[in-house]
Design a binder for this molecule. Structure first.
Ligand code: UD1
Ligand code: MG
Length: 447
């Protein structure tokens, strides 16, 4: 059975108190919406429709950045969840498989749970994802009757007996496309909120003799984000899960609670991650690497056996080959560092290629930016860059070449050559001693 996803994300998210639409607030470096899309992607959906309203342009852009086949349906007025789903009818008019409705502000639904829902669809017309709530609060209540889901009642509309039910609605619903839109057509807005409730389709389905059931999941999985505090709680849950996953994959985390992962971080087995390391999006670290304390990595690749940090910053496009060493207070951006090269201290390497086994001295800077354009620096294999060398790009240093400490290199250095580009040293015999005497005498006179 082919599947389509409808992800609701038109709501304003008033309680976020933000100019940004709620579903674009980030967890693990990715908008919540992308987490929902990722969960759904496990079902290999034929179509994905994002219902957007507030900040629709930005929501559409983020969705398409993740999946350029995603379609955006506009809901200009937020009249309720059923009305939101109805906006996806047109983009799905040629689709006749199963539809799963997800919320863009509910980022932790597991692919396994969605698979259980599609399995339950084989025996029931409508499947709802429910959970036992520790504190059912304002969630919709799932009312069961004779082993079937009979209806969902929203908190605002529920009587005391219904409010006592602890089995709650997560919001995720699955049904055949045709069935879903037929049922939605019949939904009205005569209720406490004056909204078109998606949840009403269950009662309507049952009245028409269709079947409905509940697939249950853990409450943590259906956690929705409504406020900044909720966002922080979701981030904490995400990080806890990411740390456990890394550990299960054979990664040593010296102080797990201080390491922060992104939604797409990949770390190989037997890598060691010391305390206070932060991974931005797009990082892959191979097996047996060491990421030392207080390092920040983003959009980069670290090969087997490399050692990064402490206090290193790897920015997008940093490519570290095997056994590379990048030390303290070193920043690397858009640069390929070949096998065994060392960039150990206080250095900026940007828009560059560094050859195998090259040694980059402390305080080296690739001066890659002229204020308008970026330029490339190439350093050959086995080259030795003296401390405090300024490499004014575009510039090439050949294999086994050397630069003298403190040099400002503006022209290419051929392979095997030594380039020294600094003022000549001039020693003045006894001069310092005489100067000191003069100065001390002046101080003694009190002036
Ligand atoms: C909804 C459910 C409730 C469930 C709860 C779980 C309904 C009527 N109620 O309530 O049973 O327990 O979720 O969290 O469905 N949205 C739109 N357009 C709209 C309205 C909402 O796109 O017109 C989107 C929101 O952006 C959000 C999602 O739908 O992503 C849920 O809307 P929300 O207002 O949070 O519903 P709840 O009142 O929480
Ligand atoms: Mg909600």
């Amino acid at each position: 059975m082919s599947t389509a996803l409808i992800i609701l994300g038109a709501g304003m998210g008033t309680r976020m108190n933000s100019d940004m639409p709620k579903v674009l607030h980030r967890i693990g470096g990715a908008p919540m919406l992308i987490h929902a899309m990722k969960s759904g992607a496990a079902l290999l959906p034929e179509k994905t429709v994002i219902v957007a309203g507030h900040g629709a342009e930005a929501v559409g852009k983020a969705a398409k950045a993740y999946d350029d086949t995603a379609q955006i349906a506009l809901q200009t007025e937020q009249l309720g969840t059923a009305h939101a789903v109805a906006q996806a009818e047109d983009p799905l008019k040629d689709f006749d498989g199963d539809v799963i409705v997800l919320y863009g502000d509910t980022p932790f639904i597991r692919p396994k749970t969605l698979a259980a829902m599609t399995a339950a669809r084989l025996t029931h017309d409508v499947v709802v994802l429910g959970f036992e709530a520790a504190d059912p609060g304002r969630y919709g209540r799932l009312i069961m009757k004779d082993d079937q889901l009979d209806r969902i009642v929203e908190f605002k509309d529920a009587n005391d007996e219904e409010r006592a039910v602890t089995l709650c609605n997560s919001g995720v619903i699955a049904a055949k496309s045709e069935t879903l839109f037929d049922l939605i057509d019949a939904v009205g807005d005569d209720n406490a909120a004056g909204e078109y409730y998606l949840t009403d389709i269950i009662g309507i389905a049952r009245a028409r003799g269709l079947t409905a059931t509940v697939v249950r999941c853990d409450e943590a999985e259906t956690l929705g984000v409504d406020s900044r505090a909720g966002l922080a709680r979701a981030e904490a849950l995400f990080q806890t899960a990411a740390r456990t996953e890394a550990q299960d994959n054979g990664v040593t985390l010296t102080a797990p609670e201080t390491v922060f992962f992104a939604h797409d971080t990949v770390i190989g087995r037997d890598t060691i991650i010391e305390p206070n390391v932060v991974f931005g999006p797009g990082v892959t670290v191979e097996s047996g690497a060491t990421i030392r304390a207080f390092s920040h990595l983003e959009g980069c690749h670290v090969a087997r056996g490399a050692v990064v940090g402490p206090y290193a910053r790897l920015r997008p496009g940093a490519e570290l080959a095997e056994d590379v060493k990048v030390g303290n207070f070193v920043e690397i951006k858009n640069a390929q560092i070949d096998e065994g090269a060392k960039v150990n201290h206080l250095t900026y390497i940007g828009d560059a290629a560094v050859g195998a086994r090259a040694n980059i001295g402390a305080g080296t800077i690739t001066c890659n930016y002229d204020g308008v354009f970026k330029h490339k620096t190439t350093i050959g294999a086995d080259a030795f860059i003296g401390s405090n060398t300024m490499l004014v790009a575009p510039v090439n240093v050949g294999d086994q070449a050397m630069t003298g400490s403190g040099s400002v290199i503006t022209r290419d250095v051929p392979a095997g050559d030594l380039a020294v580009a600094r003022a000549q040293q001039d020693n003045k015999p006894g001069f310092a001693k005489r100067l000191f005497e003069k100065l001390r005498a002046k101080k003694a006179k009190g002036s």
